[in-house]
Design a binder for this molecule. Structure first.
Ligand SMILES: *Cc1c(COP(=O)(O)O)cnc(C)c1O
Length: 405
């Protein structure tokens, strides 16, 4: 019997305070990209993660765009409007990630070079990054993501970046609240991005922020994101502008969510632990959580099927097929079983080097078979909603178990 009410991968969880701050914006008439909610969330987030400046923007993608544009100007000099800050330059990017991680590099006319994934955290491989610098020693900018809320091997990545004098941008869109060696993600890189998209750990329905300790960068991004108005009595522009600022209404939702961040993380962790316990007897492992000094935010629970427990499967450009056999399964079979329950799972992010749009971009790996390609083939994201009941999760786990019968 399918669930009467659909169980989502990760849906918004509201608490009531959101409405209070949204109403406040309405009643004070700050229905604008200026207002108390914006000021409050900027200062609360910077205090919480421990950075000097947080700039509230329309989404995580615009935060990444501003971070990358600023990094580009810093590395290569100021941009000729319309020419792109990265024209003619390569940028090292995570390979297994959401394409919003990478697109802003292309908005600025740069060429992403994709760095393969490592198995310990499912993030950018420091070994592959090292190899990439041998091939492209001139590269000045690195963008790496913390997938599914598990921080990367940050110390190693940062060490390599610093040795080569590269600017680092952390895509912490999925990892708000996660810590690495006692420090929040989004504070290691030079210019970093978080997201408040509807399916993230906390949400404003949309929204994002650029985080940095560089106050000049924060001031510049504030200017760019509000159409680059010069300090003049009329509309005057000496730089290209963007309409990227966060709305005070959206900021109200985020302001109401912020006090519940820790609680959301605890609930996501409980979901993860229940899967790990409940699926112990199957030939599967859960997504990694990093070393002992790492605390993920457990945004999504993912499953990786053991290589010898994979059934026969095939994926083409846009279709899939599999042949189920006893003791074996594959991500597409499990995703079908989850969908049949009226629940939502998802494939792992399809690596960027496998994307039609990026088929000609360089891809650097250190193993014969790409680690990211392998995780994409054997992995999947499980329904990870905060509001899922243990009984419901049991039904999902039974369905997964049946796939291996
Ligand atoms: C969600 C996400 C983004 C983009 O954030 P938006 O707020 O949706 O623009 C970027 N990178 C990663 C890894 C994400 O998961």
């Amino acid at each position: 019997m399918p669930f009467e009410k659909k169980i989502y991968l990760s849906s918004p969880t509201m608490h009531g305070e959101e409405l209070k701050y949204v109403t406040e914006a309405y009643e004070t008439n700050w229905m604008s990209t200026i207002g108390a909610n914006i000021n409050s969330v900027e200062s609360e987030i910077s205090k919480y993660v421990g950075c000097r400046s947080a700039v509230a923007l329309s989404c995580g993608t615009s935060a990444l765009h501003m971070a990358i544009k600023y990094a580009g100007e810093k590395a290569y000099g100021s941009t000729i409007p319309g020419k792109g800050a990265l024209r003619g330059h390569h940028v090292f990017c995570s390979d297994m990630t959401f394409d919003a991680s990478v697109n802003p590099v292309v908005y600025e006319c740069g060429t992403p070079v994709f760095i393969d994934t490592e198995p310990d955290t499912w993030n950018m491989s420091p070994e592959a990054l090292e190899k990439a610098f041998e091939q492209f020693p001139e590269v000045k900018i690195i963008v790496f993501a913390h997938l599914y809320g598990t921080p990367s091997r940050i110390d190693e990545l940062m060490k390599i970046a610093r040795e080569h004098g590269a600017i680092v941008i952390e895509d912490a869109a999925e990892s708000l609240g996660a810590t690495y060696h006692g420090r929040q993600t989004g504070t290691f890189g030079d210019y970093n991005a978080i997201s408040f998209n509807g399916n993230k750990i906390i949400t404003g329905s949309s929204g994002g922020m650029m985080l940095t300790d560089d106050e000049d960068a924060a001031a510049k991004v504030r200017k760019w994101s509000t159409q680059s108005r010069d300090n003049a009595p009329w509309y005057q522009h000496s730089e290209l502008g963007y309409n990227y600022r966060m709305s005070n209404v959206i900021a109200g939702v985020i302001r109401g969510q912020l006090p519940h961040l820790e609680e959301h993380i605890a609930r996501k962790k409980a979901v993860y632990e229940r899967y790990r316990e409940g699926l112990k007897d199957l030939p599967v492992t859960m997504n990694p959580t990093g070393d002992e000094e790492t605390t993920p935010n457990y945004w999504l629970s993912c499953l990786l099927i053991d290589p010898d427990a994979m059934c026969k499967w095939n994926r083409t450009y846009s279709t899939y097929s599999y042949e189920s056999s006893p003791g074996h399964s594959c991500p597409d079979e499990i995703l079908d079983a989850i969908a049949a329950l009226n629940a939502e799972g998802r494939p792992i992010w399809k690596p960027m080097h496998m994307q039609p749009i990026f088929k000609d971009n360089p891809f650097i790996k250190v193993t014969e078979e790409s680690v990211g390609e392998d995780i994409f083939a054997r992995g999947l994201c499980l329904p990870s909603d905060n509001k899922m009941l243990p009984e419901e999760q049991d039904v999902i786990m039974d369905a997964i178990r049946r796939c291996f019968r």
